[in-house]
Design a protein around this ligand. Structure first.
Ligand code: NAD
Length: 437
């Protein structure tokens, strides 16, 4: 398949974030710290990873950002919406992720300049939260028009050539895709009558797609993952991706599970529990928001282990996921996993994982990579679902009838082969017969 023509990454790239909380401020402050040479963008493939090209004997391994034309960090301009009116400095201090004297005070002026625009927010969809900085009145279609207007205004005021949007807002209550989301006409009609099936995150996603702005969803709520928005994104050649950033415990799960399966070791039980004390943890303390997260976290093992194909090894796994809100921990989450596994002749063994992680530190480089890769996809004319970005998500968005790929290593391979294809380079298959002929 011929690679597409890619428009150059000239000009400034606007990054619009619904939600200016822990993750968003960690990525915004982090990018500025990197720009000022105060820190390294650890965890970001777009900034630090190399990519092998051609045969192993050719020794061609450029950085990814040397292979494909990505927007430079210098060209990123940030904006956000949040019902809580705190600017990015106040919000970052409240989130308590980054060290204030080392990483926030030196860039306080820059952070203070980022004030959230009034949000499309309804506490019916995020029950543990409220704030005064909201758009008021009118139908949901009027709210979508207001977000579209915000995007246009931001783009013009900041002299941006292009804009990308990444949902860093709270996890909304559990909703299923239904008739209101079936196609573009039904969705627009539902917006006009302010149907409760349309959550705020869908309004942002719709506004982004209508403005030709690539959209990624970092939370597990549906947002763009409904047929209507897939259709609109496809028709308008706007890249979309989701859902739910793959960070702490699920990152570990998608590293461990493919390894155990590769060795054909059996699994009887996988118990995962978390304590976390940030605002995200408080929102997830609400059963309706937790249900959205739980669905996202539980799906992973089934797809990786394929119990239908291996009923003796994975047909009867007891898989449990708990999230407990525990304020003393703040953003320093602790995720415990207990795996009951078995080997040769069914002999049992146990694996214990205790990951003391910083959630937003793991999420920030994901946001940065998504911004740069979605912008690349857009300049390459790739519209609709970007499955090659599954690497970054707990519940990869893929078309109906296709199962999502959860295995981190297959996801990484897919990501890198897509980049090779975009750059007109050969795919790496790892067959390697040529070295012995
Ligand atoms: N590692 C991670 O931190 C991680 C991993 C996966 C997913 N996520 C998801 O990313 C999202 C952000 O996480 P966080 O830790 O920054 O949470 P946070 O609570 O610190 O920030 C979320 C912000 O979104 C705002 N918000 C809620 N609804 C909004 C709306 N309709 N419009 C605009 N703003 C809105 C809130 O006021 C809040 O400031 C959450 O949904 C979380 O589940 C985070």
């Amino acid at each position: 398949m011929e690679p597409p023509d890619i428009q150059p990454a000239d000009g400034r790239l606007g990054v619009l974030l619904p939600g200016l909380g822990a993750v968003a401020t960690t990525v915004v402050a982090g990018v500025e710290a990197v720009r000022q040479g105060l820190a390294l963008p650890v965890g970001s493939l777009s900034q630090m990873n190399t990519i092998r090209l051609g045969k192993r004997t050719e020794a061609r391994t450029p950085l990814i950002r040397e292979l494909v034309d990505l927007a430079s960090l210098e060209h990123l301009v940030f904006g956000a919406w949040d019902p809580i009116p705190d600017n990015a400095f106040e919000s970052a201090v409240a989130a308590g992720v980054l060290d204030r004297p080392r990483h926030l005070d030196p860039i306080s002026e820059f952070l203070e300049s980022i004030e959230p625009m009034p949000a499309v927010f309804d506490s019916a969809y995020v029950k543990r939260l409220d704030g005064p900085n909201k758009k008021r009145g009118g139908s949901k279609m009027d709210l979508a028009e207001a977000v579209r207007e915000d995007i246009r205004r931001f783009k013009e005021a900041n002299d941006c050539a292009r804009v990308v949007m990444v949902w860093c807002g709270s996890t909304e209550i559990f909703l299923r895709s239904g008739p209101a989301h079936a196609d573009a006409a039904a969705f627009e009609e539902a917006l006009r009558r302010s149907d409760p099936a349309i959550a705020p995150s869908m309004i942002y996603a719709y506004a982004a797609v209508m403005e030709g702005v690539p959209y990624a969803n970092g939370a597990p709520n549906l947002s763009a993952d409904v047929p209507a928005l897939e259709q609109l994104a496809g028709d308008r050649q706007v890249p979309i991706a989701g859902k739910d950033f793959k960070t702490g415990q699920t990152l570990m799960k998608t590293i461990l599970a493919p390894g155990l399966k590769a060795r054909m070791l059996g699994i009887r039980g996988w118990f995962s529990t978390n304590i976390l004390g940030n605002r995200d943890g408080e929102v997830l303390d609400d059963p309706d928001s937790f249900r959205t997260k739980e669905e996202s976290k539980l799906g992973v093992l089934d797809y990786i282990l394929q119990p239908d194909m291996y009923p003796e090894l994975y047909g009867d796994i007891f898989h449990k996921v708990r999230i407990n809100y525990y304020p003393p921990r703040g953003d320093d989450k602790e995720g415990w996993d207990n795996l009951d596994v078995y080997g040769w002749l069914g002999y049992p063994m146990q694996i214990k994982v205790d990951f003391l992680c910083k959630d937003s530190i793991l999420a920030a480089p994901i946001v940065l990579d998504l911004v740069l890769f979605l912008d690349l996809a857009s300049r390459a004319g790739l519209g609709g679902i970007q499955e090659w970005l599954s690497f970054y998500f707990k519940s990869p968005h893929c078309p109906e009838g296709l199962y999502p790929e959860h295995d981190l290593f297959i996801q990484q391979w897919k990501l890198k082969n897509t980049l090779r294809w975009l750059a007109g380079e050969e795919q790496v298959t790892h067959l390697g017969r040529e070295y012995y002929e």
